[in-house]
Design a protein around this ligand. Structure first.
Ligand SMILES: *Cc1c(COP(=O)(O)O)cnc(C)c1O
Length: 323
């Protein structure tokens, strides 16, 4: 693995930005007077909940697929995901006119399966407890010549994810601190590449669910720590470990990794819904939830908060807020 490892750089993020232009939305940066007053600071929310298909994952997926050669395009892409990566790959493939096969567990939410099919993805279901999904993927790739694109551990995916933070710094200028959710670390590592180039003094913070702090443990120990799938409402960050590509960048560029509890995520969701009229999915609230715990240190600062996605079905959204 390590001999083939090629880590992306800011140049790759800049190239990705050119590739996705006109396909991904340049999402708005929103402000809230209430948030600024709560913190005694200036907060800039980068709204990837308003990105196409509802999350930043479209950026990395589109960038990776846009780099396929003619042969790869004809055969198509394969991805494993029950969440936002599935929809991102399916939509990007449709736009680029290539076939997409998405391998999903049998218990994936019906709405996510329907959304993936709606974007034209061919869905292959596997049994989470009985089947080996790696084997399914290898068989599909071999038999049909498909290219596998993972959700975070890939240089082109990381570079694409970094374009959101790049847009943020270009729009508002240098910041003192930046908070982003962290699952496998694709978003955080890409964001860190953008930050170091455009706002070198900015502190970069990753935030993961309290129920599964493998990233925090890895960051502190210097080794990628593996855990069981954590039980949390932050379903976009239920990863078991950081990636071979994301971890070295995070170790090098990130200042600290924090955690947020499910209760803190619900409080943040409530804030976005009631004060900013925004639907942010639980995972998308991780950055803001952690920032709220360190208001004393952030007083008087300029702070970027990345809202990573808005894909939560309305019944669940209502139930979480009511609960
Ligand atoms: C995938 C995802 C994340 C985590 O991104 P990583 O690149 O795996 O760290 C965070 N928020 C949302 C909404 C996601 O879909």
């Amino acid at each position: 693995m390590s001999e083939t490892l090629k880590l992306p750089t800011f140049e790759d993020v800049a190239a990705a930005a050119a590739r996705i232009e006109g396909h991904a939305h340049r999402t708005p940066v929103l402000r809230s007077r209430t948030a600024d007053e709560e913190f005694g600071a200036e907060i800039f929310f980068k709204c990837e909940n308003l990105q196409r298909m509802g999350a930043f994952k479209f950026r990395g997926a589109f960038n990776a697929l846009a780099k396929f050669d003619e042969r790869q395009r004809r055969a198509g892409v394969v991805a494993f995901s029950s969440g936002n990566h599935a929809q991102a790959i399916a939509l990007a493939a449709r736009i680029l006119g290539m076939p997409a096969t998405i391998v999903m567990p049998h218990d994936a939410p019906a709405a996510k399966v329907a959304a993936t099919k709606g974007y034209g993805g061919q869905v292959v279901i596997y049994d989470r407890y009985r089947d080996d999904r790696e084997q399914i993927g290898r068989d599909l790739a071999e038999k049909h010549g498909l290219t596998l694109i993972p959700p975070y551990d890939h240089p082109d995916v990381i570079a694409g994810q970094g374009t959101a933070a790049k847009e943020l710094y270009e729009e508002v200028g240098p910041l003192d601190a930046f908070f982003a959710p962290m699952g496998g670390g694709g978003l955080l590592s890409g964001s860190a590449l953008a930050a170091r180039a455009l706002s070198p003094q900015c502190k970069i913070y990753g935030v993961e669910p309290e129920a599964g702090n493998d990233g925090q443990q890895s960051f502190r120990s210097g080794e990628i720590v593996h855990i069981d799938t954590p039980k949390t409402i932050a379903d976009g960050a239920q990863t078991q470990h950081l990636g071979q590509h994301t971890f070295p960048i995070i170790r090098r560029e990130v200042d600290a990794v924090f955690t947020a509890s499910d209760a803190q995520l619900v409080e943040a969701m409530r804030f976005f819904a009631s004060r900013m009229k925004l639907v942010v999915e639980p995972t998308g609230c991780l950055g803001f939830a952690a920032a709220r715990e360190m208001k004393a240190q952030l007083r008087g600062k300029r702070i970027g908060v990345l809202l990573s996605g808005g894909n939560v079905d309305v019944e669940r959204f209502g139930a979480l807020l009511a609960g």
